[in-house]
Ligand binder design. Structure first.
Ligand SMILES: NC(=O)c1ccc[n+]([C@@H]2O[C@H](COP(=O)([O-])OP(=O)(O)OC[C@H]3O[C@@H](n4cnc5c(N)ncnc54)[C@H](O)[C@@H]3O)[C@@H](O)[C@H]2O)c1
Length: 314
C-alpha cells in the first residue's frame, strides 16, 4: 500500500513510518520539522520505499504531492501538540490542528485516498465522569488543543459525508517510548527518564496522586497499522490500557528502569492539570483486534535503554 504519514519525523510518526516500511508499504512522510527531527528517520531513509517531504501541512503544495503520490491511506499525526501552548496561542493551535486537517483532507481528496487515520487525544474528554472513559463518552474540551482535535474529528466526518473518504479516529492516551522528546511538557516519561539518567532533579506536581494511562508507542503504532485497513471505518477508538498509574508510582518505575534513586522533589499542583485519566480500549479490541501488549515496566525499560544510548552518542 502507498501510505502518507503527516508528522512522520515526530515521536509517534517516525515509529509508525518504521513499522509501515517493515510491513512492506511505500511510505511518504510530510513534516515541517517544527517539532520533529530528521534523525528519527535515519533508518527509514535507507529504504527505497521511503521519502520525506519537508513541508507544512497547510502548504497548498500538499495537494500536488498527494495527487502525484496517490496515497491509499493518510495517517494524520502532524499537529500542534502542546496543551499549554494552545492556551497561550489558541489561534496558532487552530491554524495547525483545524486548518491543517482541512488541508490534509483536501489533499486526500485530490490524491484519491481511501482512508484517513487520525491521531486524536484523550484531552477531548476533559474531566470525565467515568474512568476508564468509554469510547462513546461525552466530550468536554477544556483547552484549545482539545477543541482543535475535536474540530479536526468533525472535519473527518464531513469529508466522509461529502466525498466518501473513510476515516478512523484513534484517541491516544499518554504515549511514551523511544524518540519521545524530553523538551515538551507532556512527555513525563521522557522528562523523568532524561533527568534520572543525567542525575538532575525530578519534580512531582501536587501530591503525586494524579493518574494517567500510559501506552507504549509500539502498541499505538500497531493500532495505526490495523486502522489502515478497512476495519474501524467511520469509528473512533481509544488506544490506552484502561489502567491508571499515579505520578508517584510512575516515578518509582522510571527510576527502577533508569537504575537511579527514586527521590523526586515536590511542587505546587499546576493549574488546569486533570486529576485522573484512563480510557477503555475494549471497542478497539472488538473493531480492530487491537490490544495493549506492552506492560509498563517492559516499556519503560525499552525507553530507558534507548535514552541511555542516545545520551552516550551525544
Ligand atoms: N504523545 C502523546 O502522548 C499523544 C497523546 C495524544 C495525542 N497525540 C497526538 O499524536 C500526534 C503525534 O504526536 P507526537 O507525540 O508524536 O508529537 P511530535 O511533536 O513528536 O510529532 C508531531 C510532528 O508534527 C510535525 N508538525 C507540527 N506542525 C506541523 C505542520 N504545520 N506541518 C507539518 N508537520 C508539522 C512536527 O514537526 C512533529 O514532527 C499528534 O497529533 C498529537 O496531538 C499524542
Amino acid at each position: 500500500m502507498r501510505i502518507l504519514v503527516t508528522g512522520g519525523a515526530g515521536f509517534i510518526g517516525s515509529n509508525l513510518v518504521d513499522r509501515l516500511l517493515a510491513d512492506g508499504h511505500e511510505v511518504t512522510a510530510v513534516d515541517d520539522l517544527s517539532g520533529g527531527d530528521r534523525a528519527n528517520l535515519t533508518a527509514a531513509a535507507r529504504s527505497p520505499r521511503f521519502a520525506l517531504h519537508e513541508m507544512d501541512i497547510r502548504d497548498p503544495a500538499l495537494i500536488g504531492l498527494a495527487a502525484s503520490v496517490e496515497p491509499e491511506v493518510i495517517c494524520h499525526l502532524a499537529a500542534q501538540v502542546s496543551v499549554r501552548k494552545s492556551v497561550a496561542d489558541p489561534v496558532h493551535d487552530a491554524r495547525i490542528n483545524v486548518e491543517g486537517t482541512a488541508s490534509v483532507l483536501t489533499a486526500a481528496r485530490h490524491g484519491g485516498t481511501r482512508k484517513v487515520v487520525f491521531a486524536s487525544s484523550v484531552a477531548v474528554y476533559g474531566r470525565p465522569a467515568v474512568i476508564p472513559v468509554p469510547a462513546g463518552a461525552a466530550t468536554d474540551p477544556r483547552s484549545p488543543y482539545a477543541a482543535s482535535k475535536l474540530g479536526a474529528e468533525l472535519y473527518l466526518a464531513t469529508f466522509k459525508a461529502l466525498y466518501g473518504i473513510d476515516y478512523t479516529t484513534l484517541v491516544l492516551s499518554n504515549v511514551y517510548g523511544p524518540r519521545q522528546s524530553p523538551d515538551g511538557e507532556a512527555g513525563v516519561v521522557a522528562i523523568f527518564t532524561d533527568a534520572l539518567l543525567n542525575g538532575t532533579p525530578t519534580v512531582l506536581y501536587g501530591d503525586g496522586t494524579q493518574t494517567r494511562d500510559y501506552i507504549f508507542v509500539d502498541d499505538v503504532v500497531e493500532g495505526f497499522a490495523r486502522a489502515c485497513g478497512d476495519a474501524g471505518g467511520g469509528g473512533r477508538f481509544n488506544l490506552g490500557t484502561g489502567v491508571e498509574t499515579t505520578d508517584r508510582a510512575l516515578h518509582s518505575l522510571v527510576a527502577e528502569a533508569a537504575g537511579a534513586p527514586d527521590d523526586p522533589g515536590h511542587a505546587e499542583a499546576r493549574l488546569g492539570d486533570l486529576p485522573a485519566m484512563a480510557v477503555d480500549p475494549a471497542p478497539a479490541a472488538e473493531a480492530l483486534g487491537w490490544r495493549p501488549r506492552t506492560d509498563l515496566a517492559t516499556g519503560l525499560k525499552a525507553t530507558a535503554d534507548w535514552a541511555r544510548e542516545r545520551l552516550a552518542a551525544l
